[in-house]
Design a protein around this ligand. Sequence first.
Ligand code: GTR
Length: 326
Amino acid sequence: MFHTFTKSLVGAAALAILGTAATAADWRGWNIHVDGYPNTVAMDKFAELLAEKTGGEITLQMFHGGTLGSQPDAVEQVRLGGLEIGNFNLGPIGPIAAEANVVSLPFIFKDVPHMFRVLDGEGGAAIAAGMAAKGLYPLAWYDAGARSFYNGDKAINTPADVEGMKVRVMNNDLFTGMIAELGGNPSPMAFAEVYQALKTGVVDGAENNWPSYESTGHFEVAGYYSLSQHLIIPECICINTDTYNALSPEMQAAVTEAAQESALLQRELWTAREATSRKAVEDAGVVVNEVADKAPFQSAMAPVYEAYFETNPALRPLVELIQATD
Ligand code: GTR
């Protein structure tokens, strides 16, 4: 009797645990940025909204500051399901999902509003589908502004100023091609290593937006920032595609809503941070220059586009669609 009673209790407990496992989920999320950065604040907000909108069924523990590894590694982790969520720049996703690589073509977008118009339309749907097919389902898009060159030696005004310069880029052949076409030596490297590389002269320069240039302290060791604005690359809140597909339609809607609300917050914080970061580095003595004529930089990118079309002939219409979007 006692034995049967114990057994059924054990059975009930096991069932309860199984029941919990089937409905509730504890997710882990990756983010590269430091405290206070717009993406960090917005990803924390995402976690909060996720718990709220799913009635606590889904919780997300965020790991900031790249503590769970470099971006290319984290992208793989989310694809494979080792991590559920990541706030990724689409730059390092391009080599995995060819459709997503269009946003990493230099000068493809006129400005950030143009980028969001594309993402909100047919182009964005094609990019999202390409990513989802590779295991990275984008729930929402974040703003990452425009990337410009910086270095420790001189203002860059023409491609000739980049000649011979060793420039750090994110992992993507489009970026190594971009620097090579300007006559520089591209050096792909993890974000976390760039400060030391600039400081010790392993590289002469790098390229990034205002907030990252400031938050990493790169401005301390590379005091010339030249507004080339050659790359405008969006970021995503990406979820492992299988994890997303396994959710009920109600849960999918709740997760998407949480991500999109977080993106609204991120974009607002982003705009404010671009201004404060710029002011902070200028106050610290950084020399900023406008690039009066971007045309020579743009025309130097023709071989980069050609190489892209050669590898991805089917994606020419997507590029043309973006270029034709007002
Ligand atoms: C930042 C971006 C990061 C990372 C970094 C880099 O602007 O937000 O995700 O891609 O640039 O240059 O590696």
